[in-house]
Design a protein around this ligand. Structure first.
Ligand SMILES: Cc1cc2nc3c(=O)[nH]c(=O)nc-3n(C[C@H](O)[C@H](O)[C@H](O)COP(=O)(O)OP(=O)(O)OC[C@H]3O[C@@H](n4cnc5c(N)ncnc54)[C@H](O)[C@@H]3O)c2cc1C
Length: 400
């Protein structure tokens, strides 16, 4: 098997595209294989945290995303029906620790589009649509990937493969890598509205959590829409939750004004998952992003963590190509470190951030009132206490 020095990437989501761009910057030829006919545009992750903004800067897309996204500097916790925040946290407390003391709200499709546009500047990168990875073989010289498309099957060859093909990763399945976790019964009902919720919810900021008896609700403002997320009880079916009357009755518990007439442009039920791959490396294949880990979306960290996987994976793959003698060490270091971030930090943090019972509400109030605790809270929520990516074992002479 040979693919010279080319790296193959399965999946053109934000993680695959970010890895491709970093590899391109490092001078490595890349082929991205995407099963869809175009980039995904479905509304999904939307909050980008300070360390990820540094990644965007390194990838050369920061100015563009700052222009289109919404900079959110305050997170508010409200009790339904009261305008005075139960607690609020101001990112300016982190001004001494990061050049980006805010969250950027922008849908992940726009970020993926910005990454893909930037990739066109690199002639050694190929982005192939209608290219579904269906089988992976490898030997000591490289990987061979069978790709299905409307025009028939073909084989793509490379030195290494990065699996960034999402939660149902075909690459992970082909390699028999376990994706263990707790099958959580919890689900989220998500709706999108173009109405400005700051008008309907006094005290709301563009990142607001509302507690009400028996539940909570998250309101996230994006440049042109608000996303509303509410957990569902285990015994309620998806169909029942999506029913118009039931949905508006649930909304009314959090939005006393306007729930009956709120314009809704989308609604969906999403399972809450908690899973991590048994290993992030198998021979010449690395895993990153949702292919490697899933944590509940309320924290907003899963996507951000995936972007940092992408950068670390790209550095490790470039180092492996540059120094074949230490290639195994570079890949193992990536796998060990990034899996530890997921199991040691991402998942425990996501588990702690459980919707507000009385104890956690009291804890929030105390934390917000105490400068040092508020700063610590913001550092966790902003991912500043989680290791980001760092250059693996890049040898001397690797292009900057
Ligand atoms: C409804 C929803 C809401 C979410 N909200 C949030 C949020 O608010 N905050 C947050 O942090 N996270 C959120 N997430 C999670 C976030 O969207 C993911 O963490 C993120 O998309 C992971 O990026 P990725 O590139 O790893 O995977 P994906 O974005 O899933 O991209 C994988 C890509 O691989 C392609 N692909 C799949 N299989 C193959 C194959 N066999 N061959 C070739 N290509 C393939 C897919 O078409 C896709 O383009 C949400 C997820 C969902 C579903």
């Amino acid at each position: 098997m040979s693919g010279a020095a080319r790296v193959l990437i399965a999946g053109a989501g934000p993680v695959g595209l970010a890895a491709a761009l970093r590899l391109a910057q490092l001078g490595v030829p890349v082929t991205v294989l995407e099963k869809r006919m175009q980039l995904g545009r479905v509304q999904r992750a939307s909050a980008w945290l300070p360390p990820t903004l540094e990644v965007f800067e390194q990838l050369g897309i920061l100015d563009g995303v700052l222009r289109t996204g919404l900079q959110v500097r305050r997170i508010a916790y409200l009790r339904a029906g009261t305008a005075t925040p139960l607690a609020s946290f101001d990112f300016s407390l982190l001004a001494g620790e990061t050049r980006f003391p805010f969250r950027l709200h922008l849908d992940q499709g726009s970020v993926a589009a910005a990454l893909a546009a930037r990739l066109t500047a690199y002639p050694h990168v190929r982005l192939a649509f209608d290219a579904e990875v269906v089988r992976v073989d490898q030997d000591s010289r490289g990987v061979a990937v069978r790709v299905g498309s409307a025009l028939g099957d073909r084989v793509e060859r490379g030195a290494y493969l990065l699996a960034a093909d999402g939660m149902h990763s075909a690459v992970r399945a082909c390699l028999g890598i376990a994706f263990d976790g707790v099958a959580m019964a919890r689900r989220l009902l998500q709706v999108l509205t173009p109405a400005d919720l700051r008008v309907l919810v006094p005290g709301a900021t563009p990142a607001t959590w509302i507690d009400a008896p028996g539940g909570w609700c998250g309101l996230l403002c994006m440049p042109d829409l608000w996303q509303i997320a509410m957990p569902l009880p285990d015994d309620e079916s998806d169909e029942a939750a999506l029913d118009e009357a039931a949905l508006r009755a649930r909304l009314a518990r959090f939005l006393p004004i306007g729930a009956a007439l709120l314009p809704l442009v989308a609604r969906a039920v999403q399972p809450v998952r908690r899973q991590v791959a048994g290993t992030y490396a198998a021979g010449r294949v690395l895993l990153a992003g949702d292919a490697a880990h899933l944590a509940q979306t309320r924290t907003g960290l899963n996507m951000n963590c995936g972007l940092h996987d992408a950068m670390a994976a790209a550095e490790a793959l470039a180092a492996a190509l540059h120094c074949p003698d230490s290639a195994d060490a570079a890949l193992e270091l990536y796998a060990r470190e990034r899996r530890l971030v997921a199991t040691g930090q991402l998942l425990p943090y996501a588990d702690r951030v459980v919707p507000g019972d009385a104890a956690s509400a009291a804890d929030l109030v105390d934390a917000a009132a105490d400068g040092a605790r508020a700063r610590a809270w913001l550092r966790s929520a902003g991912m500043l206490d989680m290791p980001g990516f760092r250059a693996a074992v890049a040898g001397p002479g690797l292009p900057a």
